[in-house]
Design a protein around this ligand. Structure first.
Ligand SMILES: Cc1ncc(COP(=O)(O)O)c(C=O)c1O
Length: 390
């Protein structure tokens, strides 16, 4: 069944085939629906893929981020530095702990990632941690961030929701900070519909996150089914952040597909970059990158933010769905009202977030689809930029 849509080209489409359908069906038929062998197999495969000691599958990246801050002991007296150019969960997971999110600006229109210099300026005696987001899958300057963290005794959480399969100086993103968090939401490079993973090389943090994922219990159903345990204790006030067996089965197949689908994204990005380089009304941040990049989205910046809505409407009329990544988090009502955030606090983020436009990008697109988007974009920009009557 397909859902009706006004778009001939959607912003993204999940890459789900018969292998995924069969994997989910097998789990349903097995009768073991949660916290069984699939979750463990998925975690082992993901840990191997990243070359990290521990991977703990959870219900979402939001849950992963919250677990990370929670096991660090972050609380009401603390501040955590975060970017504002991100999905709101990067900041709200800090708010869950009672800590204050401190927003830092990005580098500039060629690099939309958090600026280590601005992070350094915002460190106070209350700062406990730094969260980085590898925007679109392009790496943050992790050397600078880890150096700052070492200097000031801070922890680093990598929100790698966009970045499965991206590297930085040969190391997979998500494995450089103290904890890495991944999202498997529907629009991500690999999906379990809803789901996430938290990874770390720290045995102690891993043990605590694993326990907190499931109510603070010392054993889980799978331990008891295998006869490894008969009962359990509850040592902490934990959460239910578990993922189920169907999602884990889906994740295993999607993880196998990930390297090929990231490669496909790269080819499509090459085509986009060639076409976009000829358009003087567009700035393309980042470029292709020198290492493995996941190319989660294709962001471009219009030279004039005033025309973004008209361009999006015109593109919609030409059948092309676009989006915005993201409205700046610090200017959402909650953050204005609770933390006194104001316009002008983050000039580069505020400028870029008025001009950013996300173009369709997903592995099953073909080269002709990219051509179609480029052609539609050029026509839309000309239509919108030309004063009426000319
Ligand atoms: C950068 C970033 N962080 C966090 C999240 C939250 O992910 P989830 O929906 O899995 O909780 C997302 C998902 O959109 C994201 O893009």
């Amino acid at each position: 069944m397909t859902t009706s849509s006004p778009f001939t080209l959607r912003l993204f489409e999940p890459d789900i085939g018969s292998e995924e359908c069969q994997a989910v069906l097998r789990v349903l038929e097995s009768g073991m629906l949660s916290m069984g062998a699939m979750v463990e197999t998925f975690e082992d495969a993901f840990a191997r893929f990243l070359g990290v000691r521990h991977a703990i599958a959870v219900s979402s990246a939001t849950a992963a981020l919250h677990l990370a801050h929670h096991v660090m002991g972050t609380g009401t007296e603390d501040e955590v530095i975060v970017p504002s150019l991100t999905f709101v969960a990067t900041a709200s997971s800090v708010v869950y702990t009672g800590a204050t999110p401190i927003f830092a600006d990005i580098i500039g229109e060629q690099d939309l990632n958090i600026d280590p210099d601005d992070v350094a300026h915002r460190i106070t005696s209350r700062t406990r941690g730094i969260v980085v987001v590898h925007y679109a899958g392009y790496p943050v300057d992790m050397d600078r961030i880890m150096h700052l963290a070492d200097q000031h005794g801070l922890y680093v959480v990598e929100d790698a929701s966009h970045a499965p399969g991206s590297d930085y100086h040969g190391k997979p993103l998500g494995t450089i900070g103290h904890v890495g968090c991944f999202s498997f939401y529907t629009n991500k490079n690999m999906t379990t519909a809803e789901g996430g993973m938290v990874v770390t090389n720290d045995d102690n943090l891993a043990q605590r996150m694993r326990r907190m994922r499931s109510h603070g219990m010392t054993t889980v159903t799978w331990d008891r089914i295998r006869g490894h345990a008969y009962s359990y204790d509850v040592t902490d006030l934990g959460f239910n952040y578990r993922i189920d067996e169907m999602r884990a089965a889906l994740g295993i197949v999607q993880l196998n597909r990930l390297p090929a689908s990231n490669k496909r994204r790269r080819i499509l990005m090459e085509n986009y970059l060639t076409g976009l380089s000829q358009n003087c009304m567009i700035v393309v941040p980042f470029g292709l990158g020198v290492e493995n990049v996941s190319y989660h989205i294709c962001p471009v910046l219009l030279t004039d933010g005033m025309m973004r809505e008209s361009v999006m409407t015109d593109l919609r009329n030409r059948g092309v769905q676009t989006s915005i990544h993201y409205p700046p988090v610090h200017l959402f009502s909650l953050y204005r009202e609770r933390y006194g955030c104001r316009s002008g606090m983050l000039p580069i983020t505020e400028d870029v977030t008025q001009r950013e436009l996300t173009l369709p990008l997903y592995p099953s697109m073909c080269e002709a689809d990219v051509e179609h988007v480029l052609d539609a974009l050029e026509k839309s920009l000309t239509t919108v930029a030309t004063p009426k009557g000319i």
